[in-house]
Design a protein around this ligand. Sequence first.
Ligand SMILES: Cc1ncc(COP(=O)(O)O)c(C=O)c1O
Ligand SMILES: N[C@@H](CCOP(=O)(O)O)C(=O)O
Length: 465
Amino acid sequence: MKYISTRGQAPALNFEQVLLTGLASDGGLYVPETLPKFSVEQIEAMRGMAYPELALEIIRPFVADCIPEDDLAQILQDTYAEFRHGAVAPLIQLAPNQWVMELFHGPTLAFKDFALQLLGRLLDYVLEREQRKVVIMGATSGDTGSAAIEGCRRCKNIDIFILHPHERVSEVQRRQMTTVVGDNIHNLAVEGNFDDCQAMVKASFNAQQFLPDGRSLVAVNSINWARIMAQIVYYFHAGLSLGAPSRKLAFSVPTGNFGDIFAGYLAREMGLPIEQLVIATNRNDVLHRIMTTATYGRQQLEQSLSPSMDITVSSNFERLLFDLYNRDGAAIADLMKRFDVGAVDIDDAAMATARTLFSSARVSDEETCARILETWRSSEYLLDPHTAIGVEAALSAQPEGDVAMVTLATAHPAKFPAAVKQAGVDVEPPLPQHLADLFQREERFTVLPNELDTVQRFIAENSNA
Ligand SMILES: Cc1ncc(COP(=O)(O)O)c(C=O)c1O
Ligand SMILES: N[C@@H](CCOP(=O)(O)O)C(=O)O
């Protein structure tokens, strides 16, 4: 399997090379040159598989020339053994044709564990094989950071630097990152917002000379293809559990960086009968505006009750644009260059294609709270604020006929007790046993100004794995 850049200029890479990188050298993102496709019969044959076996079926074609199948199978077994629910990603029915898929049973209580538990093991596997040391630099609006630290902290060939926006993540999220002990783990609280953190990460990938000893950067954000690849699996898992391929599906996805929903788009391209993908946004609604106005612009980032979705530059939207523009790398390079300095209009043909599959909704904090409270009262089911946005959007977008609508429950409500309280639910969701003493653990983080040079200097001085 070869991977190519969305901007058409960078060299094609194999899976191992893509795993060990972030942005392509032309500033684009890597995508598979061709996607594996599964027939109806092949999908039928996946029914009843345990999660790691299903993951093997879906992931094998993407990595086949780099990781022997037996090794991959073992890595996947180990990865999903870490999850606290036997079904790994259980489905809960909220109403006729409405489900949530709980993606928060991994170690850090968010969907990021599905990919980052795997990514850590894959990195460990290839770095040991190559006897190579790397530096991870990641940006987080709350969840990627702890999932990356948890996934990679045992890798002795890695230093991890996670940038989070100072005082803009929930306290549980911050503590999940800053209480992990390890000389190779560094939490940087940047005096800026998530977009600033992500921009620093991308700028650093484009110019890595600041790193010591010829080391290179590896991405843990969803610019890394391996993140997206792992997330495709749970769309198949939900679909098979609900009767696919004979039954049609729709998914509502709380969306920020467009990685999770892009994985759903790929699942459809690979053969899963998905009728609709709902882009559910909070007040940072750049993606909803694209769908409604065909203009891709920037907006001032605002803090909301769903901090992990406080993102206004959605990296993975570029991967979708690449397909919408018939994989014309030059056109995407030109579009993204213009986007760097202002708003861009998306072609009519591209928008028409996007609108056949994607719909979108913007959900305010008030609507988020109302949905948490109403779901608690009607079903005694507690939604976290991100999932509440997904459920609210799903209810406004239910397709006609027998289509199973699944909202991705992207985080556990215990990560956001303040939002749950603000919604009027007077039950404090408990943290699971392994995090019960989180508020007693000592925190370690460094506050840094929103300056690329300062951040890079810190990384250079502290990379010593
Ligand atoms: C809880 C939660 N929900 C939704 C999202 C948005 O997912 P994506 O960035 O893949 O669109 C994130 C962060 O990425 C998250 O942490
Ligand atoms: N919402 C994320 C932000 C980063 O997105 P990613 O999927 O590209 O890592 C977070 O919670 O950190």
